[in-house]
Design a protein around this ligand. Structure first.
Ligand code: MN
Length: 242
């Protein structure tokens, strides 16, 4: 039996209705790595969140809108134009409950922000405004399957083992980033302008998050499938042990 990987969806208002959406690239990447993708619609009752986790072997917290600054005690600056408090709360509860159950978790972009904020960290609301000498992290005209900037990876990290390297090139589609990193995490990759590009939980078997979008690279640069392979391996171990 393959492990079942939950993938958080977002809700999008179109002209007449709201839709539950997720990028097909997460689904493709989970399938290509040997997992069963299971899209998790946003719900606002905690009991359904617990039900979700009863049949999942692993979890992906996906990219998307900004985390509301109020969740880490700040009012928004003008660069924060949209957020969903409902999604923030849903994903934070989902993440904390997944942690409690020792489920493998992969956070992607916003997923990193949610994981850090859920455990007491804070964010730069806009790195271009708030981080001096920040370089490019949001090339709006570049297709998402293109590499954009390099990152340095901590040699002792799980990420370095996954990629067998301490420097790789990644895509980049974010204007926010981790500021104060929660105590439970260590920073395991940074860009040359000192932006946090990956975090890993200090104690859990596989709870890590990346600031880039590996799901958009698994076809054009298959090395990024290694990250999904690692999630599926950890989820298979979890499935077999309990
Ligand atoms: Mn970046």
């Amino acid at each position: 039996m393959k492990p079942v990987i939950g993938i958080t969806a977002h809700t999008e208002q179109r002209t007449q209705r709201k839709y539950c959406l997720v990028s097909q690239n997460y689904i493709y990447s989970v399938c290509a790595a040997g997992g069963v993708p299971f899209v998790l619609p946003l719900v606002n009752d905690n009991s359904t969140v617990v039900e979700y986790l009863s049949f999942l072997d692993g979890l992906i917290l996906t990219g998307g809108e900004d985390v509301c600054p109020l969740t880490y005690g700040e009012n928004p600056i003008k660069e924060v134009e949209f957020f969903s408090l409902a999604r923030d709360q849903f994903e934070m509860i989902l993440f904390k409950e997944a942690l409690r159950r020792n489920l493998p978790v992969l956070g992607i972009c916003r997923g990193l922000h949610i994981m850090n904020t859920a455990l007491g960290g804070t964010l730069y609301q806009d790195i271009f405004r708030q981080v001096e000498s920040s370089l490019g992290h949001l090339p709006k005209l570049l297709p998402v399957d293109n590499l954009y900037h390099s990152i340095q990876i901590d040699e002792e990290s799980r990420l370095a083992k996954i990629f067998s390297s301490n420097e790789i090139q990644v895509n980049s589609y974010h204007h926010q980033a981790a500021k104060k990193v929660a105590e439970a995490f260590k920073v395991t990759a940074k860009s040359s302008d000192n932006i946090v590009e990956a975090i890993e939980h200090r104690e859990k078997d596989f709870v890590l998050a990346v600031q880039w979008h590996p799901e958009d690279l698994t076809v054009s640069h298959p090395i990024f499938l290694m990250l999904f392979n690692a999630l599926i391996d950890a989820s298979t171990r979890k499935k077999q042990c309990c």
